[in-house]
Design a protein around this ligand. Structure first.
Ligand code: GDP
Length: 416
């Protein structure tokens, strides 16, 4: 039984690290968006008090809404990207098909991939492809059709054809893994253009090598170029066609050891992208063709084929590769893609807080000023009251005296 089938239903694939992180970070941005919108609404309300909220602050806050919106937009399109390289016919398309558990990409003689092919999940139930620079959806129902569509178009090797495959047909596509198949590294001298156009945002590179021969200079050369453009790219090396070694079991261990040593040296000493221990987790001996056949037969798509000696071990090794690959790609993508978003989120939250703090402080200051002024007025009133009392008392006395005086004078006059 394919262990991954059980894994498929229980959803504990390492890819969930990315899927869950993406959901969580999106939820956080939904909240940030709410806060920013609330802040804008609030500012429009208090805009009538120009001494507290000036136009500049309102504008700044309004800009946060579109910034948060932009981040959410990019976030929704964030995915994990794996790019496959190797010489023609080493089995790149077969590896991708085996991982996707379906014959999606054309493979084999006459179907050499002569351009970049990207396979990604789509919400639509019908597969379709889109040529570079075009918007038209060309429906493809079968591999034959896809191969035909690719041959019909005069495509240059740096061009990208995007294949949109129904997400519900494949778990890896549902979980936002995007696959990129490349023309053979032996075919083209345009490696720099390839790297700039298609590789700079790849989270993982898979070198599909041929276990029947050693790593070639052209293959190594490509990865040397990649590692000058990207710091410590994640590279897996698949020694494909390992089933062919079953015919010569006496050399099996020796050949494996030799390939392993060379591949480790390449990753550790030449490219310096990992430690020897890490390199051991990056090199696998597999047969993509067998895995694909077994998986298609398991799904009832084809009749089962007789198994070659050692099939089970190679199959397990392929599954081991898939698990390590999923772990690596999801962790790497979380770091490279979401780190930027969370930095920006923090920045926006801080800026918004500063604006609101400013408003609060200004309002507080105005309140204090008013209190002081009120106190001053109060004091003045008190003083005036006191004065009035004094004046009134003085007046009273004076009047009293005057009355007495008048009385005296009147009585005196009367007496006289
Ligand atoms: P690409 O050009 O690198 O994409 O290579 P393909 O995937 O088209 O494979 C080229 C040919 O090699 C096809 O006929 C495949 O069936 C065959 N092939 C791929 N993987 C294996 C494998 O593991 N073992 C064997 N024996 N043949 C394979």
């Amino acid at each position: 039984v394919d262990a991954r089938t059980t894994r498929q239903t229980s959803d504990n694939s390492p890819l969930q690290i990315f899927v869950k992180a993406k959901k969580k970070i999106n939820d956080i941005f939904v909240e940030i968006e709410d806060y920013v919108k609330d802040a804008v609404e609030y500012m429009h309300e208090v805009e009538k008090l120009p001494e507290i909220v000036n136009k500049e602050k309102v504008k700044k806050t309004e800009e946060f809404v579109s910034k948060v919106h932009g981040i959410r937009d990019v976030l929704s399109r964030d995915h994990m990207k794996v790019a496959f390289f190797g010489r023609t016919s080493n089995g790149k398309s077969s590896v991708i098909n085996a991982m996707l558990r379906d014959k999606i990409l054309p493979s084999g003689i006459g179907h050499t991939t002569n351009c970049f092919l990207q396979v990604e999940g789509s919400p639509s139930d019908e597969p379709y492809l889109v040529l570079e620079g075009a918007t038209e959806h060309c429906p493809v129902e079968s591999v034959g059709q896809l191969a035909h569509a690719l041959c019909k178009e005069k495509l240059s090797e740096s061009q990208m054809v995007r294949v949109y495959w129904p997400r519900n047909r494949c778990l890896l596509l549902r979980d936002d893994v995007v696959f990129v198949d490349s023309p053979g590294v032996d075919v083209t001298p345009n490696l720099d253009e390839w790297i700039d156009k298609h590789c700079l945002d790849a989270d993982v590179f898979v070198l599909v090598a041929n276990a029947e021969s050693t790593l070639m200079v052209t293959e190594k050369n490509f990865f040397h170029k990649v590692s000058t453009r990207l710091s410590k790219p994640n590279i897996f090396i698949l020694n494909n066609r390992w089933d062919a070694s079953a015919t010569e079991p006496e050399f099996l261990d020796q050949v494996r050891r030799q390939h392993q040593e060379r591949a480790v040296d390449f990753l550790v000493k030449e490219l310096k992208v990992c430690t020897p221990k890490e390199a051991d987790e990056r090199i696998f001996f597999i047969s993509a063709k067998e895995v694909l056949q077994a998986r298609l037969a398991e799904q009832g798509q084809t009749a089962s084929t007789p198994l070659t000696e050692g099939f089970q071990t190679r199959y397990f090794e392929f599954q081991d590769f898939e698990r390590k690959f999923e772990e690596c790609i999801s962790k790497s993508a979380v770091k490279t893609k979401f780190d930027q978003h969370s930095q920006r989120g923090k920045y926006i939250a801080n800026e918004l807080r500063e604006v609101l703090d400013d408003i609060y402080n200004d309002a507080q200051k105005i309140k204090e000023d008013k209190l002081i002024r009120r106190k001053e007025v109060h004091d003045k009133i008190n003083y005036t009251e006191q004065q009035l009392i004094i004046v009134t008392q003085e007046m009273k006395q004076k009047i009293h005296q005057m009355v007495e005086d008048v009385e005296q004078r009147v009585s005196k006059a009367l007496n006289e």
